[in-house]
Design a protein around this ligand. Structure first.
Ligand SMILES: CC(C)(COP(=O)(O)OP(=O)(O)OC[C@H]1O[C@@H](n2cnc3c(N)ncnc32)[C@H](O)[C@@H]1OP(=O)(O)O)[C@@H](O)C(=O)NCCC(=O)NCCS
Length: 175
């Protein structure tokens, strides 16, 4: 599976992506809005294995793709997962050196288009910690609107956190 957009290639993960994937997820600022258990190398490795397993499922309902440059440098991941009939969640993570470059926006635009066009999604949503301003701005920049906020529904790093849900419906995307 491969999506091409501008100068990016979104493709399935491979086991040999592991060193680069561990490196980009190990940065402390990258981990600001992840729990301790979501931040370790063990979690990153199990995520990568999980993405590869998902790619081999039939029918396939989850697509967490590696974001790569044309020369195959791994910069992050972007994905879409079926959560219920017609309803898909998306997520994006980028190594810090590529933040602020527009790459996350380009990747999310492509994954949303894939969701509505190829997966026939009716609703696409993203969940993020409410204080993750970069993620929230990213959601807004690709057309998602705030749907709801869950108060104090996560607890990690010794405190509670709110979670915001942003979404876009097929008719809004078509417009
Ligand atoms: C979420 C993520 C992919 C966004 O990447 P990005 O779009 O390149 O991020 P940017 O650094 O450009 O930030 C996006 C916007 O938020 C703004 N922003 C970022 N941090 C901010 C802060 N602390 N305060 C105010 N504004 C902030 C940026 O100025 C930018 O604004 P603009 O769109 O008007 O230019 C990236 O931050 C990331 O990978 N984070 C770690 C993993 C993560 O948290 N993923 C989301 C899980 S839900």
């Amino acid at each position: 599976m491969e999506l091409k957009t501008g100068k990016l290639i979104l493709r399935d993960f491979r086991f040999d992506d592991l060193p680069a994937y561990l490196l980009l997820r190990s940065d402390s600022k990258f981990q600001r809005f992840y729990s301790e258990e979501e931040s370790g190398d063990e979690k990153s490795e199990s995520l990568l294995r999980f993405f590869i397993e998902q790619a081999n499922e039939t029918p396939r309902t989850k697509f967490q793709l590696a974001i790569c440059s044309n020369d195959q440098v791994l910069m992050g991941s972007c994905g879409i997962r079926m959560e219920g009939a017609g309803s898909y969640s998306i997520g994006c993570e980028l190594g810090r050196r590529w933040h602020g470059s527009g790459i996350a926006r380009q990747a999310c635009t492509a994954i949303i288009e894939f969701g509505f066009r190829d997966l026939n999604a009716e609703r696409i949503y993203a969940e993020t910690i409410s204080e993750n301003i970069a993620a929230i701005r990213l959601c807004a920049s690709v057309g998602l609107k705030m749907e709801t906020e869950r108060i104090n529904d996560r607890f990690f790093k010794g405190r509670s956190w709110n979670t915001a849900v942003y979404s876009i419906m097929r008719n809004e995307w078509l417009e």
